[in-house]
Design a protein around this ligand. Structure first.
Ligand SMILES: [Zn+2]
Ligand SMILES: [Zn+2]
Length: 387
């Protein structure tokens, strides 16, 4: 069987648009796909469209009452504050149901392709709307596409699904959807809830059987600290859990330039995380890997380059960080945003980290965060929290 990689894309995915001035501007995915296309990244994959998620599919996670409410807002453009629509974070707009259902449909298409074996890996860069709750919009997210995709996998008979969320914000909506369900392991690495939205994601939130895992990193954490924490927590848990399929959310708002958060990663550090997750998908999940985008609000300097690296990694042909950005893409970026595009795919960093197994410093804030998580969940998985 040929093992292909699928990128789910439809230009209509850019209709998920909360309007001028909102941080989640669809130009970020438009510029991502343009950069990937110009660099030939899409030549190595199969690009397919998608259908919007049906109400029955959305109802795998969301209440019927909420879906009806989103449809009403969608038809009238009028706010529904009870369901979180019409706030500063989640403005009401006509067409919001259709735009949101299409994003969920794209993640479902990715999950379906991987689950049926049509593709080994599949990616939806427009997805990763991890804050949406069963009956409310939250944090720029209306329908929770990763949660719906995971619920769909369970409905197909999957019994062990792992979800790893590297967005700078806690993956609260996905955690909430499966908090009491030991079939789903959710792991979120994020900036501490003490300094960042949504205010959850403490290590003590462990789910029923330690299947909710939270690594709450201190503001200011850079590549070395982030990768040290990732490697101290994620690989041992994935090896122990042995998922049938891995779903990952790749919000790139952990970057130092992101205007909404306070971690200090570089593109080079984020790229190292993508490569690590790719390796873990093969090692622990038989290569079955569903990939989504997520947050990321530095629309020109960060998102397009981060997710072009992501697609190229998923495609098995990771781009050299020194690669120059194509002139045509630079022109398009200037025209669409008025900003000067970056010239290469790197921030010029060499991400290195010291492995936790060599010992830790109880006074170091990153090591304290790691130990809090390991102490909270490792024993529930039969793992020793001490390195
Ligand atoms: Zn985020
Ligand atoms: Zn692969």
């Amino acid at each position: 069987m040929s093992r292909s990689v699928r990128v789910v894309w439809d230009d209509a995915l850019t209709s998920y648009d909360f309007g001028p001035g909102h941080p989640l501007a669809p130009v970020r995915v438009e510029l991502t796909m343009a950069l990937a296309r110009e660099l030939g990244v899409l030549d190595a994959v199969e690009v397919t469209g998608c259908a919007p998620a049906t109400d029955d599919e959305l109802a795998l996670v969301h209440t019927r009452d909420y879906i009806e409410a989103v449809r009403r807002v969608s038809a009238t453009g009028r706010p529904d504050l009870f369901h979180g629509l019409g706030t500063e974070d989640n403005p009401a707009f006509t067409g919001v149901h259709e735009a949101s259902a299409l994003i969920t449909g794209a993640s479902l298409a990715a999950a379906r392709a991987v689950w049926t074996g049509e593709a080994e890996h599949a990616v939806n860069v427009a997805g990763g709307l991890h804050h949406a709750m069963p009956s409310a919009a939250s944090g720029f997210c209306v329908y929770n596409d990763p949660a719906v995709a995971i619920a769909w996998l369970l409905a197909q008979g999957a019994t062990r699904v792992a979800y790893v969320d590297v967005d700078v914000h806690h993956g609260d909506g996905v955690q909430a959807a499966f908090y009491d369900d030991p079939r789903v392991l959710t792991v979120s690495l994020h900036e501490s809830p003490q300094t960042l939205f949504p205010g959850t994601g403490f290590p003590g939130e462990t789910g029923a059987e330690g299947t909710a895992v939270n690594v709450a990193l201190p503001a200011g954490c850079g590549d070395g600290g982030w990768l040290r924490a990732f490697h101290a927590v994620v690989p041992p848990l994935l090896r122990e859990f042995a998922p049938e399929i891995l779903v990952t959310q790749h919000g790139c708002d952990s970057h130092a330039l992101d205007p909404l958060a306070h971690l200090m990663l570089s593109l080079d550090g984020q790229r190292a995380a993508y490569a690590a997750l790719h390796e873990l998908a093969h090692e622990t999940a038989g290569g079955r890997w569903v990939v989504t985008g997520g947050g990321g609000y530095e629309l020109v300097q960060v998102v397009p380059r981060a997710w072009t690296h992501l697609i190229s990694e998923v495609a098995g042909r990771p781009l050299d960080p020194a690669t120059a950005t194509p002139p045509e893409w630079r022109r398009m970026t200037k025209e669409r945003t008025g900003q000067t595009a970056p010239l290469t795919l790197t921030d010029g960093r060499k991400p290195e980290f010291a492995d936790f197994s060599a010992g830790y410093d109880p006074a170091d804030p990153i090591d304290r965060a790691v130990m809090a998580t390991r102490k909270a969940v490792f024993p529930l998985h039969g793992l020793d929290p001490l390195p």
